[in-house]
Design a protein around this ligand. Structure first.
Ligand code: MN
Length: 410
């Protein structure tokens, strides 16, 4: 356990140690490590000396304004860095030197933790895909024929991924007037979305890149993925419903995607590994995994301070190792900063659904104490997530929060 004040036994003890990027007043942005309610000025700590002698140059990598240079050092360097942090924040002998480099969380400004290279969003949850199929195609099969054979995904917009705390302006776009159908000579109109939604997801951040023309086997997942963040895939359902045929999501998704200010290293989730719920039929060989391939991460969706849903990530059908293997199975390269998300997480029960679309069943059944179907201007949504840690308690992933601003009038 840590010597840092009030960190021992907290959700941010030595078994967590997420990385972020911070500044104080007008100082330069640099990498910080969260411990308790403090941020360790990581590059200054590494520069004190006593850092891994012949190891990676952490003082330089952590002095940068994003995590990208550190993530690009690769898996061995991440392990060395984490072991060193555990040592200096855990052993009392380092306290006198390191304590002056702890900054109270309340005194720092947190920034986007890494530069997003490519952003991909998957659709890995059986319950979510089934719910959406039932809502949109009540007379057809809920699942399309490909769904159990590959993790369905699309390429999103990296440049509009924003850090937690960033306000989200209600997007405008083409949508059909209420009550009209796309089947009979539709007359779309332009206006603010009437069906603004969230999607509670877990996202994976690639650290170690690959060359074009190579594949990443499921067994190499931990060599390439640096860490995780909860992700809110804000969605405009009316814009999405009109535009998505036949090429998939576009402007109904690309206006904003929120991630946490903290990236939790994959190593911190080692005690959260669980077996997948089961895959039937078995996937093709290149998508098979060694169990346990899932992660026991519990989510909470909070709307204006009220928890309206508790999606369980452990219920997800496709694992992140399979997403990565599928993503690279055609030879597509990986870049440091690539971000790929799980898709909406929904459990079997109503209060485990990870989108308002499902919670309100397409807008039909209002939910929560404020009788919401979709988001209203001024609403604040916060995603929280926790997982079993190595010290016996639960570690917290960084919150993801955002408030809806009214649409611009033109
Ligand atoms: Mn999504």
């Amino acid at each position: 356990m840590s010597w840092v004040e009030d960190a021992a036994g907290s959700a941010y003890d030595l078994d967590n140690l997420p990385y972020g990027v911070f500044s104080i007043d007008d100082s330069a942005r640099r990498v910080g490590v969260r411990i308790g309610d403090f941020v360790l000025d990581a590059s200054a700590a590494a520069a004190l000396g006593g850092d891994p002698g012949n190891g990676p140059d952490l003082a330089t990598a952590w002095g940068r304004p994003t995590l990208n240079d550190f993530m690009a050092l690769g898996h061995d360097a991440w392990q060395v860095a984490r072991a060193w942090l555990v040592e200096v924040l855990g052993a009392e002998v380092h306290r006198d030197r390191v304590e002056p480099l702890l900054v109270p969380l309340s005194e720092v400004t947190l920034h986007q933790p890494f530069e997003v290279a490519d952003y991909v969003d998957f659709y890995c949850c059986l319950q979510h895909a089934t719910n959406v199929g039932r809502i949109f195609r009540p007379d057809g099969e809920a699942l399309l024929p490909n769904w159990r054979h590959l993790p369905v995904g699309y390429h999103g917009r990296a440049g509009t991924v924003v850090v937690s705390g960033t306000d989200v302006r209600r997007p405008r776009g083409q949508r059909l007037p209420a009550g009209s159908s796309a089947q009979v000579r539709p007359s779309p109109e332009l206006g603010p979305t009437r069906r603004l939604d969230i999607e509670a997801e877990l996202a994976f951040v690639v650290g170690a890149p690959t060359p074009l023309g190579t594949q990443v086997p499921t067994s190499a997942f931990a060599e390439h993925v640096f860490g995780v963040t909860p992700l809110n895939d804000w969605s405009a359902r009316d814009i999405q419903a009109w535009e998505y045929v036949p090429l998939g999501p576009f402007l109904g998704k690309s206006f904003a995607t929120s991630i946490s200010a903290w990236v939790t290293p994959l190593e911190a989730l080692e005690h959260a590994r669980v077996a997948l719920p089961g895959q039937d039929p078995p996937p093709l060989p290149h998508l098979q995994v060694e169990e346990p391939a899932g992660f026991d991460v519990d989510f909470e969706v909070e709307l204006n301070g009220e928890v309206v849903s508790r999606p369980p990530y452990a219920a997800m059908y496709w694992s992140p190792a399979q997403m990565l293997a599928h993503l690279t199975s055609n030879g597509a390269s990986l870049r440091t900063g690539d971000l790929y998300a799980s898709g909406t997480i929904s459990g079997d029960d109503r209060d485990q659904r990870g989108s308002f679309l499902e919670l309100s069943w397409g807008g039909r059944d209002p939910f929560g104490s404020s009788d919401r179907t979709f988001l209203e201007d001024g609403d604040t949504v916060t995603l929280r997530a926790t997982a079993p840690g190595a010290l016996g308690g639960r570690i917290a992933l960084g919150d993801v929060t955002g408030t809806v601003l009214p649409s611009c009038s033109t």
